[in-house]
Write a protein that binds this ligand. Sequence first.
Ligand code: SF4
Length: 409
Amino acid sequence: MSEAGNKPKKPRVNVRRPDVMEHVAAEVAIHFHSTIVEKLRDRGGKITVGNTTVLLAEQFGFCYGVERAIDLAYASRRVFPENRIFLIGEIIHNPDVNRHLREMDIVSLPWQELDSSYDDLTKDDVVIVPAFGAPTLFMNKVEERGCYVVDTTCGDVMKVWRRVRGYAKDGVTSIIHGKSNHEETRATASRALGEEGNGNYLIVLTLSDTDYVCNYIINGGDRVEFLEKFSDNVSTNFDPDLHLRQIGIANQTTMLKSETEEIQRRLQKAIIDRDGNGGAFQMFDTICGATQERQDALFEMLRKPMDLLLVIGGYNSSNTAHLVEIAEPELPTFFIRSAACITSLDEIIHYDLHHKEEKISNYSRLFSDERAVTLGITAGASCPNNLIEETLIKIFELRGIKREELVGA
Ligand code: SF4
């Protein structure tokens, strides 16, 4: 059935034609590939030149979902060379990738609000749905306008949607561990309303949110205060006195696995404390394989001695931010967008997750002195290899090692 209801929708376009994909593969490789990074990965992720060693995590960078989304976006331009092409929000959270799409004249539409720009869409326009998916309201609108839809939603995200729709069908409220201002969480929340629109959801982000909900489950509480606290993070008709009776957990695919597990554990315990059994609790681990692999690879890398870690990715990338959170307690960790953030021997521009701002730190100790240094590098699922390569080269250049020496090493 169409998400817009029973109205027949325009068939999805197959942009993955072999003749198209051959060109797309070549274009994508030119924009995002790195021979140096591939070589380093094949050699076990360690390179030493002079007194500088760089370690690369075993799993890093583009995941299968991101690769597919980028391929489909590039293919859309080839299949529809003359049409206007729009994208709901960003294809992924990486400014470099998004710049390439803008250069192909793929125009971003707002994703937080269905504004009047959607009313201007025509049946000749192409609308790309990003890897995170889009809320049903947006999908319905695009279908209603009769546009060609190129849906790049990742299969792992759609798995979560199937789960929360199932909860809605069974009268179970979805408790979604995620960031309420993240595209994927908004898209998932809209599916938690179910096919009939009468499902319910509650989005929790932190352990302290979870404890508040657990306390309400066990002891009840101030309904008005609850609704004020979660005002933007609950379904329209959510009533904590009614809709915490039966709960099912799902999560944004890119959350920190350990935190999601703790949230599941606390909510399950609250239901058991209230009911004497866990019958009114369901859960399903919806962290995606790629996120888990990158987190596991970082834990493994942190066992090795390193002086500092660079985590490369877009500042609004959830899975990248969690890599930073994992490493921060262990060693000096810098969340950078690209090589340009390492401005000189003295400075790194990086994103401070806690204050949500970019700041400058002085690290001359590591870059300018003569002692041997080991740096670790990892990158989020939306970070292309060419950005990792540029960072690698910049580090070695600052340490007095020329690009040619690095390539020949
Ligand atoms: S991070 Fe996971 S859910 Fe997101 S696109 Fe990649 S594989 Fe899919």
